[in-house]
Structures are given as structure tokens and as C-alpha cells.
Design a protein around this ligand. Structure first.
Ligand code: FAD
Length: 318
């Protein structure tokens, strides 16, 4: 079923969803199941699976030459999504990124997903590789998520890359895209950022999932700003609790989000790591209670391999 159909069927009730990371190189499905098993009692109708572009390093060979070697390769999302759907009987939402994919690669992934009846995707650009400094698209790949949305939407109307395919089979992908209550860090300003989001929706995106935020007012203002320019699709808040003291700096650095002074104070006051974790959990619970009371369509948790923390929050909310 489509993610947006779940929202419509919920009749204003707030749903829950979780996002999991594929295991690191060589890892099996156990890591994913270990994350999801403790969370399935909350009945998420869908589970997101992130995609991570491989990074490259240059290794010096005995000959003195340098060899380009792929590191941090994680398994692709197609197989992981199929396993999740098979084990739990819920929908899986693979994240598709532009980085590292030609348009043909993307089409092939979409054909596989369609074949497996995986009809939801989150369409993203992806981040720059560590050593590139800025995002570089593949030759004959997409530069922006907007172009990826267009390609998926084309397939939904039966249009494939090969012009010789006439009246191609129409796919039925429900398309999600990313949104940024505190703006994407490369956007020159929030209005520009909102116009890009609107363009993605106009091109066919069916819903938005937001970057994490720690101040609900940012999310409420963002939703208002979206509505004021005619973005009328569901906007799902993405949530990640602070669990470690160093995250007061690392989360703003990595995700370009602000930490409210009160949250910083609560974490700083904590006497040990468990108290830090509890302070972060308590903050997230308060965020979730308010968001749920305002009738958000779904609370989407970035699990980041820490099901115990997410479980404690979900227990307080659902
Ligand atoms: P875009 O919408 O393409 O925007 C990127 C930047 O380009 C923005 O600054 C925008 O203003 C600008 N821009 C866009 N279109 C144009 C245009 N036509 N002309 C000029 N400028 C333009 N990353 C992963 O690698 N894997 C994941 O699984 C993953 N999951 C995520 C899930 C969520 C919910 C979120 C919020 C992010 C996720 N990310 C993931 C991170 C995401 O890939 C990065 O934030 C990335 O830097 C931007 O992706 P985007 O889809 O928002 O890009």
C-alpha cells in the first residue's frame, strides 16, 4: 500500500514509522532485525531503509602505485526491503539517491522494486562524498532530487529512458522527498529552499519527510510556510533523540540543525552518560507529545541502530 494511503486511512490519527540503516560491509540482515524486532509492536505501517553511497580511498600498492578502493560499502536497499516486507508484512520504503547512480542504474533499481511490489520510495540527492567537498553527480546521472522525482514520475506514466519502449508498463510509485525546517545548508535562504521543495511536489512528490529538529516551533513554522506557497502534501516530522553529550556539537555540524538552549542545559546538567540519554529521551518525548496533539500524520524515528532508546520514546507516546 502507498504511504499516503496509510495517512488517509488513519483518519487524523498519528502513525509511527522507523528508519533503519543497512548493515556495514559484510553484515547480514540480523542487524536490521535486531533493530526492528523490539519496535514492531508499535505497528508501523512502513519502514524506511536508507541508502549510503560508497566512499573511496586510495591505497598504496607495493609497486608504489595507488589503487582506488571502495570502503564502507553497504548492501543495497532492494534486498533489504524485500526481507523486511517478507518478515514483518509491512511496507518498506527504500531511499533512492542520485549520487553514484546513472539514470540507467536508477531505472534498473526502479524496475526491480516494481517487480517486487515495493511501491514507495524516498527520492533524495544524497550528500557529497567526503573528499569531494561538494556533490558531484555521475556522468548521465541526476544532479538534484527534483530530476530523480521526474524520472520516477515518468515511469508512473509509462515513460522509460529508452524511447523505443512505447506504452511502457506504468509503475505506481508513491514518492516521498526530504524537507528542511531549518533549510538545507546549501540553499541560500529559506524561500529558495521552499521553492525547491515546491518544485519537487509539483513534479510528483506525494509527501515530505523532514530533517530532524529539536524545536517544534521550527516544524510548525515550516509547515505554515509550505502551506502558504501551495505545498499541500503530508509533512512528516523526522525525529532523533540526543543520546550522547558530544551530539550537542556533532548533530548541528552534520545535519545543520539548532539545539535549543534548554535542551543543551538539560544535557550539560546530566551527571553521567545514562542521565544524558534520559535527558535526550525526555526532550524527544515532549516533542512527540506536542506533535501528536497537533495531529501530525506520522512520527518518523531515525533509529540509528539504537532501538532501546526509540522504544522507550514510542512506549510513552503510542
Ligand atoms: P535536493 O532537493 O536536490 O536539494 C539539494 C540542494 O540543492 C538544496 O540546497 C537545494 O536548494 C538545491 N537545489 C535543488 N534543486 C535545485 C535546482 N534545480 N537548482 C538549484 N539548486 C537546487 N542521504 C543519503 O545519502 N541517504 C539517505 O538514505 C538519506 N536519507 C534522508 C532522509 C531524510 C528524511 C532527509 C531529510 C535526508 C536524507 N538524506 C539521505 C540526506 C540528503 O541526501 C541530503 O540532505 C542532501 O544533501 C540533499 O538531499 P535532497 O534530496 O534534499 O536534495
Amino acid at each position: 500500500m502507498k504511504v499516503t494511503d496509510y495517512f488517509s486511512k488513519a483518519n487524523g490519527n498519528t502513525l509511527v514509522s522507523f528508519e533503519v540503516l543497512p548493515p556495514l560491509k559484510g553484515g547480514g540482515m540480523k542487524a536490521i532485525f535486531d533493530t526492528l524486532d523490539p519496535l514492531m509492536e508499535f505497528k508501523p505501517p512502513f519502514i524506511d531503509v536508507t541508502y549510503h553511497r560508497e566512499e573511496f580511498i586510495y591505497k598504496k600498492r607495493p609497486s608504489g602505485y595507488y589503487e582506488k578502493t571502495a570502503i564502507r560499502k553497504r548492501p543495497g536497499t532492494v534486498g533489504i526491503c524485500a526481507s523486511i516486507m517478507h518478515r514483518y508484512g509491512v511496507d518498506a520504503v527504500p531511499h533512492l539517491i542520485c549520487g553514484g547512480f546513472t539514470k540507467e542504474d536508477t531505472e534498473n533499481v526502479l524496475i526491480d522494486l516494481n517487480f517486487l511490489n515495493i511501491n514507495n520510495v524516498l527520492a533524495l540527492r544524497g550528500d557529497a562524498r567526503k573528499f569531494d567537498g561538494k556533490f558531484i553527480a555521475e556522468e548521465n546521472g541526476h544532479k538534484y532530487a527534483l530530476d530523480l522525482v521526474r524520472q520516477i514520475e515518468d515511469m508512473n506514466t509509462g515513460k522509460y529512458l529508452d524511447d523505443n519502449i512505447e506504452n511502457g508498463e506504468k509503475t505506481e510509485f508513491c514518492i516521498g522527498v526530504a524537507g528542511y525546517p531549518e533549510k538545507h545548508f546549501e540553499s541560500p535562504n529559506i524561500d529558495f529552499d521552499l521553492q525547491i521543495t515546491k518544485a519537487k511536489v509539483d513534479a510528483g512528490a506525494d509527501y515530505i519527510v523532514t530533517q530532524m529538529f529539536f524545536d517544534n516551533q521550527k516544524y510548525f513554522d515550516y509547515v505554515d510556510a509550505c502551506r502558504s506557497i501551495g505545498i499541500d502534501v503530508p509533512i512528516v516530522p523526522g525525529l532523533k533523540p540526543v543520546t550522547k553529550k558530544y551530539q550537542l556539537n556533532s548533530l548541528p555540524r552534520l545535519f545543520h540543525v539548532n539545539m535549543p538552549a534548554e535542551l543543551v542545559k538539560a544535557v550539560e546538567k546530566a551527571k553521567d552518560s545514562e542521565q544524558v540519554r534520559q535527558a535526550g529521551i525526555e526532550w524527544c518525548i515532549q516533542q512527540c507529545k506536542e506533535l501528536k496533539a497537533k495531529g501530525v500524520p506520522c512520527l518518523h524515528y531515525y533509529t540509528m541502530g539504537d532501538p532501546a532508546t526509540i522504544r522507550q520514546i514510542a512506549e510513552a507516546i503510542f
